[in-house]
Write a protein that binds this ligand. Sequence first.
Ligand code: NCD
Ligand code: ZN
Ligand code: ZN
Length: 394
Amino acid sequence: MHSMRASPSPSPSLKLPFPSNLASISSSHGRRSLRLSSSTGAVFAQMESTITITRPDDWHLHLRDGDLLQSVLPHSAKQFGRAIVMPNLKPPITTTAKALAYRESILKALPTDTDFSPLMTLYLTDNTTPEEVRLARNSGAVFAVKLYPAGATTNSQDGVTDIFGKCLPVLEEMVKLEMPLLVHGEVTDPSVDTFDREKVFIETILTPLVEKLPSLKIVMEHITTADAVNFIESCKTGNIAATVTPQHMLLNRNSLFQGGLQPHNYCLPILKRETHRRAIVEAVTSGSTKYFLGTDSAPHDKKRKECSCGCAGIYSAPLALSLYAKVFEEAGALDKLEAFTSFNGPDFYGLPRNTSKIVMRKSPWKVPETYSYASGVIVPMFAGETVEWLVCEE
Ligand SMILES: NC(=O)N[C@@H](CC(=O)O)C(=O)O
Ligand SMILES: [Zn+2]
Ligand SMILES: [Zn+2]
């Protein structure tokens, strides 16, 4: 097995600075320790600079296949209990049989010391049948159907061209099966400005879809705009939720051009302006149960990112949890982190929450410049930069 080697290796520092926004809280012994009670009633301890939370799941992950799968999988499997595995392989995972075969290849590539579970998805096309979706549900291994508007993103060319014209029977079946539809929410009309594609999708596809099928479970994946937040908030029925990536909470569109073109910050939907980033952070750290962790970690070989027509996708799996902790810490909302990482997702999907825990410590470490795999290298998000939180007991 090719496991992914970091180069240079992370260098945990011995310094353990205390989170600045919590510095005013100290016990009668003058030691910085506190117990925080999350909004759902679960209690976790924060002693010195550590956080113990229920093991998180990743509700939007690209594991790829072949060499890349072998190398990226351990990063997710070490930290997360489960992941919703995206089906946009080449060729895409359009049938239950393909999903089961893909699941087997993931299980084969898993390190022996984890009980990580891949939750499979079906790639919706114009030709997907209700029978196929029933088969998927009955398999017990497929947990959602993914809508890629044809041409919207990486490997979406076989996606849906006309959801209302072609997919209604399938969607009606999904309502009956309580099978969630996961949505890449961007229109593909080339006349629509790239930065407006999510907003226009909400207006022209998502809103009419919810009107037509009000009880369909929908996850709007990787939301990027205040418009998406407003849409999610406006849905009062509990069957519409959203995943949020670290990049859309930490970066705005300036990061695409800082000091020159930055291909490793290029993902879809594209980063938006600061006002949108703030709206997302505010919604997610408010404690609403409608948002949950979905890294959209999307590895591409360095050569395919740094070229004249680079791929969209940011590789964040090794550091995503550190980044989410940073966002919640900076918002003064560390007590709400656990619900976002570990409760809201399984609750939405109707799955049990994980029972094991992970421990994160304030222990700055340097993100490797690259991770190597059998056929090349991958440049992670924030390559070469220092992040503060370290997942230390996995
Ligand atoms: N997010 C991305 O920029 N890329 C994803 C596809 C996707 O999730 O849209 C990928 O598969 O590379
Ligand atoms: Zn997408
Ligand atoms: Zn994705």
